[in-house]
Design a binder for this molecule. Structure first.
Ligand SMILES: Nc1ncnc2c1ncn2[C@@H]1O[C@H](COP(=O)(O)OP(=O)(O)OP(=O)(O)O)[C@@H](O)[C@H]1O
Ligand SMILES: [Mg+2]
Length: 262
């Protein structure tokens, strides 16, 4: 359902963000992209909803080359492809409910959404989405009164309310402590399996990637240097991705069972 063919992206200043990427991601897969800072992880996922535009090759979402899209097609693409950010991107002074229902923006007319005229069905969907990430009791709280983990759950509820077929998450747990990170990863995994939403997550840490991913894509200097199941990742793969042998520091917070261990 997502296919990149000979895809490259050169930024205006000459930096090569992606270098001849060929990859196919199937409907419902949970893919984690790992790599060093600057490897091209964000460029890879931001290409899929055209926050950045590759300069060569083709990028298909549901068999349509989205590199040709502009205007209305782009808006439709961004409704179909939801996004979760490291810093949650909530409207801080708005309530949780307002933030979550804004997931309907792509489906509701502009005038109606400016006037806050959401249908009962949309409101019910927003509430249901909050329940799915167990944060419905915060529905009338202001977004900036929540903890980081709670805010990220609200942003997952917002993306659920959008009813996308693809979710992109760019370092969704980079600002969270290890137990909260695991909780957020579990919710992402849960909606992936319950709703069959294709999910692509960027992570810095390979241990967390291995715990949650069906498939890991390792990037280095704009290229894919590993693509396979977590079970195929070994020390050699780690070196290919990170350019050096694995050290203890590379394990962020261990598994959920031993997160209390300093
Ligand atoms: N808007 C931009 N203009 C110019 N160069 C850019 C731009 N955005 C990213 N780059 C460069 O493209 C390369 C890939 O960047 P990208 O942000 O995709 O990496 P990343 O793997 O997401 O890194 P990080 O882990 O730090 O988020 C880097 O060399 C980066 O400096
Ligand atoms: Mg990035």
């Amino acid at each position: 359902m997502i296919e990149m063919k000979d895809l490259s992206l050169v930024y205006p200043n000459g930096t090569q963000g992606l270098k001849n990427i060929n990859v196919k991601i199937n409907k419902g897969e949970f893919v984690v992209i790992v790599g060093l800072s600057g490897a091209g992880k964000s460029t890879f996922i931001r290409s899929i909803n055209r926050l950045v535009t590759p300069t060569e090759g083709q990028l298909f979402v549901d068999d349509e080359d989205i590199l040709k899209y502009k205007g209305k097609d782009l808006r439709k693409l961004r409704t179909k492809v939801g996004m979760i950010f490291q810093n949650y991107n909530l409207v801080k002074r708005s309530t949780v409910m307002k933030n979550v229902i804004s997931g309907r923006l792509g489906h509701t007319g502009t005038l109606k959404s400016i006037l806050n005229l959401y249908s009962k069905k949309d409101m019910a969907l927003a509430y249901e989405s909050l329940k799915r990430v167990n944060i419905e009791e915060k529905i009338y709280s202001r977004a900036d009164q929540l903890s980081g983990g709670q805010q990220q759950r609200v942003s997952i509820a917002r993306v659920l309310t959008q009813q996308p077929s693809v979710v992109l998450a760019d370092e969704p747990v980079a600002s969270l402590d290890p137990p909260t990170s695991h909780q957020v990863m579990k919710y992402l995994k849960k909606i992936n399996s319950e709703d069959n939403i294709t999910t692509i997550v960027n992570l810095h840490f390979i241990d967390m990637a291995m715990e949650y991913a069906d498939r890991i894509i390792g990037m280095r200097a704009g290229e894919i240097v590993f693509d396979g199941p977590a079970s195929k990742v070994n020390e050699k793969t780690f070196e290919e991705i990170y350019g050096r042998p694995i050290k203890e520091d590379d394990i962020r917070g261990g598994t959920e069972e031993n997160v209390e261990t300093p």
